[in-house]
Design a protein around this ligand. Structure first.
Ligand SMILES: Cc1cc2nc3c(=O)[nH]c(=O)nc-3n(C[C@H](O)[C@H](O)[C@H](O)COP(=O)(O)OP(=O)(O)OC[C@H]3O[C@@H](n4cnc5c(N)ncnc54)[C@H](O)[C@@H]3O)c2cc1C
Length: 492
């Protein structure tokens, strides 16, 4: 009888311990989930904004391009003519996920290209002809039917083709230059109304200016993109020390022809800040059966764990522990390339109206990567900022664009911050950005241009020595500066 009672007591005691251990993370995540459901954002009529949610600007007109190709081309040509005659400015918008007003000019005309989204796959040339307003989320399911996939794109599917090639995006595709390398040609309506085809053989100067040209040389109509085969990948995740990043990356990824994708992440939780990293590799698995393209899995729980790390050291520590645990669980799992690339930014995006998510990215030559990690480790904690994420991507030398950020093989450090929408937080972010831009430049690197316009003009010209010539050529192709935006007005 006594033995039974003791056993029951031990069991109750163990149960209590289990409850105490899981009570905090469970209640924390439930609270985060509840809070996250409350927030919504509204866009005021007559204004435009972008993904920074810090750029609300009164505009003159919002023009949505019609879906019909001929009608759209006629309308765009007329609009350019009218704007030139009336001295008005046109800014071009895709999904507006840039963050520095790159799609906005105060009181100007915003040309929304999203309805210009037709697409046609050509199996002979293995290219996709696609309207510049099409989003990757529309393109991936279309290509999936032909067992084809996007060759280079961002880590999410929420962006337009026009916006992606105008910033010359890059993603998780290893051993590859940015997206410009996958563009065969595009058609452009210039400021004088002329429609020109640009490629490596035709109008080559315009080709290199428009790719990574931030909408300053004309309206990109449609693009011929080289595509690749959709394949099944088997994942393998490695938890490493961040100081070994390049050594481990070279061992796992460099020159590997059977490697489809590589994800790199550095921990940001305050205990052991930036000491660890996870490298996730995706190797071609030709024996694995194809799975139909579906919804991304576990989005609610992944979002809750991620958002729980905003403004919370506890949440950040919990998230890194969970990520390491999951890394071990998913080893050996198979997934298609299209499935991996088909996830929207809404899975992680901030919806809290008092805060916003702000991105930075710095491109660092391979030999200086470990040094840059050390500099980040020392600098970030000296600023009052809330860092949520650091991902690391490999980008090969860009041979195509004028305003290029990859002058050699580089590693992109993408940092996501949760920022309060206050002047103090904005000033702090500006100070941090300027300091990190200096660090990147000192190590022979550059920074990415679609984000906040915090870098000084002097820093831009240092990081991009070709910028002066780029802005002169802008005047050559668009002397009345019909195509403009806040990025151009800040740095020209
Ligand atoms: C959450 C998030 C994640 C991101 N991840 C990545 C990433 O993994 N890799 C990466 O490289 N970048 C990334 N970015 C940056 C992103 O690639 C750029 O902001 C890109 O421009 C977004 O495409 P968009 O359709 O929203 O472009 P927009 O913001 O609409 O436009 C960007 C620029 O392109 C011009 N433009 C758009 N359409 C046309 C057209 N038809 N003709 C001429 N000019 C045009 C605009 O005028 C503007 O200057 C990310 C951004 C966010 C917010």
């Amino acid at each position: 009888m006594n033995k039974k009672r003791t056993l029951r007591r031990i069991l109750i005691f163990l149960l209590l311990i289990v409850l105490v251990v899981i009570a905090r993370p469970v209640s924390f995540l439930l609270y985060t989930y509840y809070k996250d459901q409350q927030a919504t954002r509204v866009q005021k009529a007559g204004y435009s904004n972008d993904a920074s949610h810090l750029n609300e600007t009164a505009i003159g007109t919002l023009v949505k391009v019609p879906e019909n190709v001929d009608e759209a081309i006629t309308q765009i040509a007329q609009l350019i003519k009218q704007a030139s005659l009336q001295g008005k400015k046109i800014s071009i918008a895709g999904a507006q996920h840039s963050m520095g007003g790159h799609t906005i000019y105060p009181n100007g005309i915003v040309l929304d290209m999203k309805s210009f989204h037709y697409m046609k796959y050509d199996s002979i040339s293995n290219t996709l002809l696609v309207g510049s307003g099409a989003l990757w989320s529309e393109i991936i399911p279309y290509l999936d039917k032909y067992n084809r996939s996007v060759a280079v794109m961002q880590s999410n599917n929420s962006f337009s083709v026009g916006g992606s090639i105008s910033v010359n995006c890059h993603g998780w595709q290893p051993n590859s230059p940015p997206i410009a390398s996958t563009v065969a040609s595009f058609r452009l309506i210039r400021a004088n109304g002329e429609i020109v085809t640009c490629s490596r053989n035709e109008n080559r100067e315009l080709f290199s200016l428009v790719l990574g040209g931030y909408g300053l040389f004309g309206v990109i109509l449609d693009v011929k993109l080289h595509v690749v085969e959709n394949k099944m990948y088997k994942t393998q995740q490695y938890v490493i020390k961040s100081c070994d990043y390049i050594r481990e990356y070279n061992r796992l990824a460099t020159g590997k022809t059977d490697l489809g994708m590589v994800y790199g992440r550095i921990n940001i939780n305050p205990s052991h800040f930036m000491e660890e990293a996870i490298i996730g590799t995706f190797l071609i698995d030709s024996k694995a059966a194809f799975k139909p393209l579906g919804e991304s899995g576990f989005t609610a729980i992944r979002r809750t764990v991620f958002r729980g790390s905003a403004n919370s050291a506890y949440g950040k520590n919990l998230r890194w522990k969970a990520e390491k645990l999951i890394a071990a669980q998913i080893n050996g799992k198979t997934v298609s390339r299209n499935q991996l690339q088909n996830e929207g930014v809404e899975v992680y995006q901030n919806t809290d109206t008092a805060y916003t998510d702000i991105l930075h990215e710095y491109f660092i030559p391979t030999n200086s990567v470990v040094q840059f990690i050390d500099r980040l480790k020392a600098i970030i904690p000296t600023h009052k900022v809330d860092l949520l994420n650091i991902t690391v991507r490999n980008v090969q030398k860009d041979e195509d664009t004028y305003l290029r950020y990859a002058n050699e093989e580089v590693f992109g450090f993408v940092m996501l911050f949760n920022q309060a929408k206050t002047p103090e937080a904005e000033n702090e972010m500006k100070a941090l950005t300027q300091q990190l831009v200096n660090e990147a430049i000192a190590l022979g690197g550059t920074y990415y241009l679609p984000y906040r316009l915090h870098a000084t003009k002097e820093q831009l010209y240092k990081a991009y020595p070709q910028a002066r010539e780029f802005f002169l050529l802008k005047k050559k192709y668009d002397s009345a500066e019909v195509f403009s935006n806040k990025f151009y007005e800040t740095y020209k």
